[in-house]
Write a protein that binds this ligand. Structure first.
Ligand SMILES: Nc1ncnc2c1ncn2[C@@H]1O[C@H](COP(=O)(O)OP(=O)(O)OP(=O)(O)O)[C@@H](O)[C@H]1O
Ligand SMILES: [Mg+2]
Length: 452
């Protein structure tokens, strides 16, 4: 599309000359004779740039500048001025004009300034785009997901974030519900406004209502001062209701009303006022079951279940497991100054075999602990929590599917690992327990690739 320039110039010869030069350079030009007509035209159609004379009949160039910036803040303005008015031109720049041209000017001089403006504009836009992508990237940087399920979640977050629709995040404990809530807020136009979290399960029922809606002085015993509720504090931003399934039944109706009217009344108050908040909800509970059980209101469910985001348990996301192990290993080895730390094949196998009822949180904690406990350059089975470690030890070695030689190796390995665990890695003691010499233990460790 051609770039559109609005030219406001009362002097016929200049108007024709400038129009001709700009049109010749490929711009689409609309020319007006005075400021009033110029502003009228600008309110009717969009322009990329205005070139206006400073001295005009009717509205002056300065007034055109001020009004133009109000109508279309993004439009660029170049002022045409005669030499004695140079000071006015300088103050025009201070008020947002891009540059000025002093009469008389050549076509070349004109085109240089106009080109410079569009280059500058392009850079500015590029900069905004760049910032945007950097922000999006970093938003998801610590949010690992290689599985198709998680990629779909990322796409959904990116789609709903810019809107104001309620989001309901469901998933077992530790699956990353809070990370999703954070990402939705941080990628939304509300990102610089408050992000208020409220844990519906952690606040006693009698306090939750005033916590949400605030109260006036004397609203109840102990209300010695008026206090803003979370809805007021979050005005313009986002409220995240964590564990919404645990919200007391009696409060659910009140919450529903606020969500519908976007209007709150403080406890003990008589005035209601509008609030502008975006809401995000999370729950580890199955809300449909809660509805059947009579602990969750159906109407509230329909109100908040506009965009459901489901986070599958970690045990169903094998691809994420390896990516998360690498991610947390990097994170914690650099945090604890143990860069380059590796995970031994046995420990890695155990980490992969475990089913993580505590989901990502459990894995994260296990890796942090292992990094802390490790003394050499590797994380070993012995550094893993016993529930995870057990798996490597308990793998059946007696299976008839296993060739005899491998079954024997498997058994030896388990015995040795167990002995090392019981002696906290002390090899001499472990050898004694196993009834073998230290030398034989060394040999077997090497043979079996047990690296401890
Ligand atoms: N995909 C992921 N990538 C990186 N870290 C993750 C991911 N998912 C979860 N985590 C981390 O795991 C921990 C638990 O996540 P989070 O607190 O978001 O879970 P939750 O679903 O809100 O759990 P709960 O129901 O117990 O509140 C956090 O430290 C979070 O940073
Ligand atoms: Mg949570």
């Amino acid at each position: 599309m051609k770039r559109r320039i609005l030219l406001i110039e009362d002097e016929l010869s200049v108007r024709l000359g400038v129009n001709h030069a700009l049109a010749g350079a490929g711009y689409s030009v609309t020319a007006c004779e005075d400021g009033d007509e110029g502003i009228k035209t600008l309110s009717r159609e969009p322009f990329d740039l205005i070139i206006t004379d400073l001295r005009l009949p009717g509205l002056s160039g300065m007034e055109v500048l001020t009004q133009a910036k109000e109508i279309r803040p993004d439009v660029g303005v170049i002022i045409i001025t005669a030499f004695p008015e140079i000071e006015t031109a300088v103050s025009a720049i201070k008020q947002g004009a891009f540059d000025y041209l002093s009469k008389p000017f050549t076509n070349e001089g004109l085109l240089i300034v106009v080109d410079r403006y569009f280059n500058y504009r392009e850079l500015q836009l590029e900069n905004v785009r760049l910032k945007e992508t950097i922000r999006e990237k970093t938003q998801f940087e610590n949010f690992v997901g290689e599985s198709s399920a998680m990629k779909a979640v990322f796409d959904l977050i990116a789609t709903v974030a810019p809107t104001d629709v309620p989001v309901l995040i469901q998933g077992e404990s530790g699956t990353g519900k809070e990370l999703v809530a954070n990402a939705v807020h941080n990628l939304s136009p509300r990102k610089d406004k408050p992000f208020i979290k409220i844990n519906c399960a952690a606040i006693p029922e009698n306090l939750l209502e005033s916590e949400l809606f605030g109260h006036e002085k004397g609203a109840f015993t102990g209300a010695i001062q008026a206090r803003k509720g979370k809805f007021e504090v979050a005005d313009g931003g986002t409220i995240f209701f964590d564990e919404i399934g645990d919200m007391p039944f009696s409060l659910q109706a009140k919450l529903l009303r606020v969500l519908e009217d976007q209007e709150i009344t403080r406890l003990g108050g008589y005035k209601s006022f509008k609030v502008d908040v975006r809401t995000i909800f999370a729950t580890a509970k199955d809300l449909k079951e809660a509805i059947t059980a009579g602990t969750f209101r159906k109407d509230l469910f329909y109100r908040i279940n506009v965009v459901p985001i489901h986070l599958p348990p970690l045990r169903d996301r094998g691809e994420d497991l390896t990516a998360l192990i690498d991610h947390f290993l990097k994170e914690y080895s650099s945090k604890y100054g143990k860069q380059g730390l590796e995970i031994s094949p046995d420990a890695y196998k155990s980490l992969l075999a475990y089913d993580y009822p505590g989901n990502v949180r459990e894995l994260k904690n296990a890796i942090e602990r292992a990094v802390l406990l490790s003394t050499g350059s590797r994380i070993h089975v012995t550094h893993l929590p016993s529930v995870i470690r057990k798996l490597a030890e308990d793998l059946p070695c007696v299976s008839e599917d296993l060739p005899l030689e491998e079954g024997v190796k498997c058994y030896e390995r388990q015995r040795i690992l167990k002995a090392l665990e019981q002696t906290r890695g002390k090899k001499i003691e472990a050898a004694q327990r196993l009834g073998i010499s230290r030398k034989v233990l060394w040999k077997k460790l090497k043979e079996l690739n047990i690296d401890i």
